[in-house]
Design a protein around this ligand. Structure first.
Ligand code: FAD
Length: 540
């Protein structure tokens, strides 16, 4: 079967690409997804992500290599394996990032990727309750909710604590100002997760020129002698199939699987390919390098008043929350658990906020064994946690063998720079200072982990090394940039040295953005789709 475009991966980016490229009926589009449908109710119910967090039916459930700076631990790296990808299983926090994140993308040699250029694409994808403003749009596909209407009342104590510390309050992290404390926006519409699958792909699926193949694992991209991508070899239900592309193959398999697929296809570092006896198609050393992530650590508090643990930890509370959701589409099931937070400067010398904070009106242990369920602690509790906005550690994704069924080696090299170590200590101290405010003291029965006695830099850093985990923002592993020695795609997202091949997903980030990255991934897909259409409409 032949299609104009083949998109590999129906994740946050792939669903948007599939919609936009099939919007006019000029092109036929095939979307290949290794996972299945997102029809389970858990993908609609916002709090449902607790059920998909470690479910192998919907999740690749990767782990990093042992991390030298994190007590040798392997960190859990969930990735969506389902229509909607990681956007179908994420926590839905919706923050674009700071303008200078994108200005840095442009400054790295990528014209058209500065904040001013990108704001129209951010606006294009969202439907925001603030309506049409300089920063927002009222008419895009992704529905955004401001959680402040419904956040748990204990979040007000957190905001008061920030006010007592002299931090500004911020009611729109995606507006004129980034710094400050506030309640997050989430991509939730009428009490339902509004992933790019729900908002872009489902409405497009009836189109006759769009075909979605489920359980279709792309094994290799095939090329002709002029290094043009012509087809994708797929394994589906134990059968090998080949789908042909007339115009382009677009890789949107995410920051782990996009570099893996390029490597398996012979587009990568020649030495890596030789070590796995994979025939070289094109030497592109940056494939899989420049991997980045946000690393966070949680501080656990016992509260002296009710938190969401009380609502969600008992059968009666669950029933009440269930009924509230059923009849009013509201209550804790209709929200993310990451409700409040903000962006702060860890020292007075910082030019921009360099720490992101979360205040969850709920506490739960992230189980060591990912098969175990996430469940609230059996007491009234809340969490404060943080990550550095722009860590400078860089890692890699590399195939472990010439075998599509084997997970690749994910080596984030967390905490491998002095800047990242310093910011880990800054973040711990920020939380300690917040915990000492009258507002948080008023609601705290006990600081549980780390114990209140841990106050010095060495103790806090040891806690961080032993407890920190990924906040699941892997990106950068097929970075955009002009130099094929250090980058994989050009500013039009075309793979250097190849024809008919692009990468459009989280892996093209030259540097990680300062907040949760899904909004930026979806922006990349909107802009990437437009670049593709402009080029091919011109050729048609
Ligand atoms: C648990 C969790 C919580 C998160 N919380 C937030 C949050 O609150 N806010 C936020 O902004 N971000 C959050 N993120 C991050 C965000 O969701 C991801 O960065 C984003 O979804 C990545 O989009 P993507 O299109 O690059 O990749 P993905 O959405 O991961 O899509 C890749 C798709 O490709 C498919 N695929 C992979 N390999 C192949 C293959 N060989 N053949 C065919 N198909 C393939 C996968 O199955 C998947 O569907 C979270 C992520 C996780 C995992």
């Amino acid at each position: 079967m032949t299609f104009d475009f083949i998109i590999v991966g129906a994740g946050s980016a792939g669903c948007i690409l599939a919609n936009r490229l099939s919007q006019s009926d000029r092109y036929s589009v095939l979307l290949l997804e290794a996972g299945g449908k997102d029809s389970s109710y858990w993908f609609k119910l916002p709090l449902g992500f607790a059920k998909t967090y470690a479910n192998p039916k919907y999740n690749w459930m990767y782990h990093s290599e042992p991390q030298a700076q994190l007590a040798g631990r392997r960190l859990y790296a969930p990735r969506g394996k389902v229509q909607g990808g990681s956007g179908a299983i994420n926590a839905m926090i919706y923050v674009r990032g700071q303008p200078h994140d994108f200005d840095d993308w442009q400054a790295a040699g990528n014209p058209g990727w500065g904040y001013r250029d990108l704001l129209p694409y951010f606006k294009k994808l969202e439907s925001h309750p603030l309506g049409d403003t300089a920063f927002h749009s009222a008419s895009g596909p992704i529905g955004i909710s401001q959680m402040r209407q419904q956040a748990h009342p204990i979040c007000d104590d957190y905001l008061e604590a920030c006010r007592q510390m002299g931090y500004p309050l911020n009611d729109d992290f995606n507006g004129a100002q980034f710094e400050g404390a506030g309640i997050y926006d989430a991509n939730i519409r009428n009490g339902r997760r509004d992933s790019s699958s729900a908002a872009y792909l489902h409405p497009a699926l009836p189109r006759p020129n769009l075909k979605l193949e489920y359980h279709a694992l792309a094994e290799r991209i095939l090329f002709d002698e002029s290094k043009r991508a012509t087809a994708v070899a797929v394994r589906q239900h134990g059968v090998s199939r080949v789908f042909k592309a007339r115009r382009e193959v677009i890789v949107a398999a995410g920051a782990v699987d996009s570099p893996k697929l390029l490597q398996l296809s012979g587009v990568a570092d020649a030495a890596l390919l030789a070590s796995h006896a994979i025939p070289l198609m094109h030497h592109l050393p940056a494939v899989g390098r420049n991997l980045q992530d946000h690393l966070c650590a949680s501080f656990y508090f016992k509260a002296n008043r009710k938190t969401l643990n009380d609502d969600l930890g008992s059968l009666g509370g669950q029933l009440k929350a269930g009924l509230q959701y059923l009849f009013k589409r509201s209550g804790p099931l209709a929200l993310s658990v990451n409700q409040a937070g903000g962006f702060f400067k860890g020292t007075d010398q910082e030019q921009h906020p360099n720490l992101q904070l979360y205040f969850n009106p709920l506490s739960y242990a992230v189980p060591n064994n990912p098969q175990a369920k996430l469940k609230p602690d059996p007491y009234s509790g809340f969490l404060l946690f943080f990550n550095a906005c722009r860590p400078s550690s860089r890692g890699s994704v590399q195939i472990a063998a010439n075998d599509v069924m084997l997970p690749p080696r994910i080596q984030p090299n967390y905490l491998s720079t002095q800047k990242d170590v310093d910011e880990a200590i800054q973040g711990c101290r920020l939380i300690r200072r917040l915990a000492a405010t009258p507002a948080l003291q008023r609601i705290t029965a006990q600081q549980l982990r780390p114990a209140a006695s841990v106050t010095d830099a060495a103790g806090l850093l040891q806690f961080f090394r032993e407890q920190a985990g990924s906040i699941y923002h892997l990106c950068g592993s097929c970075a955009m940039g002009p130099d094929p020695r250090t980058a994989v795609v050009s500013s039009t997202l075309k793979v250097h040295g190849m024809a008919g091949l692009r990468v459009v997903d989280a892996s093209i980030f030259p540097n990680i953005t300062s907040a949760n990255i899904n909004a930026a991934v979806m922006m990349v897909a909107e802009k990437g789709a437009e670049q593709i259409l402009v080029e091919h409409d011109g050729l048609a």
